[in-house]
Design a protein around this ligand. Structure first.
Ligand code: MG
Length: 250
């Protein structure tokens, strides 16, 4: 009886799960047109037509205040998407005031950022994302996403039809831990149980790779190279060759 169970478990991969932890933004997908600065610019153009503000002017006001700017400070007390966005309204408000808008209008526009940023139609997969996930699934790897993101990440993933490829999504907006906080990675290991092998794959050396390696997870830097990265590649299609050892890291 045990032998039969063992056979079934081994066939289904339950005996020795191999886990790949994927970053989302800049790794599997991206927001067309740009991220936060672009979203605030769009709100500005929509609400105050003709008032052009250079991207770097807005960007200067968006370099702090987001939860991922303080990964050392967990935000586990934020329990809902409403609370998460409400905590960011003052950041957007200050940015709009910083480029010359008056208070009532800046506040009004700050509340418009959520709808623009999280608009599902803006999000795109990279060309090599689905094919790489499918190839690695065929090699018995289980995929999870670990992302510092907005509360709408699950809807974005569903919209991109990425859901069937993923066993689980770990979103900082829900867990309260922003990469590279070690707890963000440890939570994945805890939930996924004893894995036979695990890798972190992401486009940020400081956030994804250094964070993962701080808790013993080997990292693969993707989309660009970094002199201190042990394994890195510009295309996701090379990830399987790094994992199976048929390609040396660069
Ligand atoms: Mg990223």
């Amino acid at each position: 009886m045990f032998y039969v169970w063992y056979q079934v478990a081994a066939l289904e991969g339950l005996w020795s799960m191999k886990v790949l932890i994927w970053d989302f933004d800049g790794t599997l997908a991206y927001r067309a047109g740009g991220m936060w600065t672009a979203a605030l610019q769009e709100v500005l153009q929509r609400e105050v037509p003709g008032r052009d503000v250079a991207a770097d002017q807005l960007q200067a006001h968006l370099r702090s205040g987001f939860p991922w700017h303080r990964p050392d400070q967990p935000h586990t007390r934020i329990k809902s998407a409403e609370q998460w966005w409400a905590a960011l309204v003052p950041v957007f408000e200050q940015a709009f005031k910083g480029v010359g808008l008056e208070s009532p209008q800046a506040t009004f526009m700050a509340h418009k950022v959520q709808g623009v940023y999280a608009d599902l139609e803006r999000w795109r997969l990279f060309d090599d994302s689905l094919s790489t996930l499918a190839r690695l699934t065929s090699q018995a790897w289980t995929h999870v996403v670990l992302s510092n993101h907005v509360p709408e990440l699950q809807q974005i993933i569903s919209h991109l039809q990425l859901g069937p490829h993923l066993a689980r999504v770990f979103n900082s907006a829900e867990t309260g831990y922003e990469k590279p906080n070690p707890q963000a990675f440890l939570l994945v290991l805890e939930v996924m149980g004893d894995a036979a092998a695990v890798w972190m794959i992401g486009d940020s050396f400081d956030v994804d790779i250094v964070g993962a390696e701080s808790v013993g997870i080997p990292g693969i830097l993707v989309r660009h190279l970094h002199k201190d990265a042990r394994d890195c590649c510009t295309s996701l299609s090379l990830v399987p060759t790094i994992i199976d050892g048929t390609r040396a890291g660069t």
